[in-house]
Design a protein around this ligand. Structure first.
Ligand SMILES: [Zn+2]
Length: 312
């Protein structure tokens, strides 16, 4: 896997030292709060500070404090200038009041990415904040004994005092795969997609499955394709709500499709040239591929560039 491919993917490519071995050092964590950048999440949306013509996702301590009390806080890490970066969850009930002020905007993460509202190097911190704070919100009670849990390790663990259980943040592995057969690849539409958008197949990895097995199972279940070789492409954190997308190519052993109509609205084989039109927004039927912020875009682009050589 090349580093250039990694840095192309939105939400990946963290610029921070995550300090994973030092989260229990409360003196260090406190010292990092002094001149911190703070990523403030209210419900599904982030609070961005207006800075001249642009926006900054890293609020100062004073700015963050003015948005309301933090319900949860986690240390994301420190940057090259040794500034601490923190994630904070505030109540969604604060959103209207914050919006009414002139110094902030409140905007969801997809829109931040699509509109390029903040520098790319902050996207990983935003993604980490969203996934981690979502996990906190849903793990307030111990899954072992049902009693309340408390955050520990600078927001990277929750402990249960009643049973001694320790709970760690999770990320859900999801395979996203482009089925390839010779000069064609398989694109599909889920009913929830915007009209005209075509993408790769995808599904969650189940317990006890390897990535390759999950890829072959999904290809068979969703499109009826017996699958051969699987080639890893790249992965992307996908904080909607807390997944990692594992991008693969999969070799289709047949062209004949049998579509799972619950999962998919349609699926069809597409040539390399048509894929190019989908990627560039020049398709005559106004069909289009997912935008560059999604790994599916890069999978389709990889197929256009290499066709069946993706398995070499
Ligand atoms: Zn417990």
């Amino acid at each position: 896997m090349s580093s250039s491919r990694e840095t192309q993917l939105t939400y990946a490519g963290s610029m921070l030292d995550r300090l994973s071995e030092q989260r229990g050092d409360t003196a260090l964590v406190e010292s990092l709060r002094a001149n911190a950048r703070n990523f403030v999440l209210a419900g599904e949306s982030f609070v961005l500070a207006k800075r001249g013509e642009g926006f900054d996702a890293g609020l100062t301590n004073d700015e963050a404090a003015s948005t309301g009390d933090a319900l949860e806080t986690a240390l994301l890490g420190k940057d090259g200038k040794s500034r601490g970066h923190f994630a904070h969850a505030i109540s969604p009930s604060r959103i209207d009041g914050i919006k009414a002020r002139g110094d902030f905007i409140v905007v969801d993460l997809r829109s931040i990415a699509l509109q390029g509202l903040v520098p790319p190097e902050d996207m990983s911190a935003l993604a980490t904040s969203k996934a981690l704070l979502f996990w906190h919100e849903r793990h307030r009670f111990c899954s072992n004994c049902g009693k309340p849990t408390r955050p520990a390790q600078a927001g990277w663990r929750r402990d249960c005092a009643a049973c001694g259980g320790q709970h760690f943040p999770r990320t859900d592995p999801c395979v996203i795969m482009l089925a390839v057969r010779g000069e064609h690849c398989l694109l599909a539409r889920q009913t929830r997609f915007p009209p005209g958008m075509w993408s790769a197949l995808a599904g969650f990895v189940e317990p006890g499955e390897s990535i390759e097995e999950a890829v072959r199972r999904e290809a068979l279940e969703e499109a009826g394709i017996p699958a051969g070789r699987v080639a890893y492409f790249a992965s992307q954190p996908w904080p909607f709500p807390m997944s990692i997308m594992i991008g693969c190519f999969v070799e289709a052993k047949t062209e004949k499709l049998k579509i799972d109509e619950v999962e998919l609205e349609a699926a069809r084989w597409v040539t390399k040239d048509e894929c190019s039109l989908l990627l560039t927004g020049k398709h005559p039927a106004r069909f289009f591929a997912p935008p560059p912020l999604a790994i599916a875009h890069h999978l389709i682009k990889g197929f256009v560039e290499r066709c069946a050589e993706v398995f070499d």
